[in-house]
Design a protein around this ligand. Sequence first.
Ligand SMILES: [Zn+2]
Length: 54
Amino acid sequence: MSQYIYHCQDCNKEFTHQHHMADAGKVEVACPHCGSKLVHQLVAAFSAVTPKKS
Ligand SMILES: [Zn+2]
């Protein structure tokens, strides 16, 4: 499972969405803020990144 960052062109907000890499480009991602599907992917961040606080 990878986490992707999307930007909504309708409300100009960014949000993250998780889906399998195999589904990249196939899944329909809708903005959680306004429900628009006019979103585009900014970067893909692997969920293996686990910030640790010491
Ligand atoms: Zn939106």
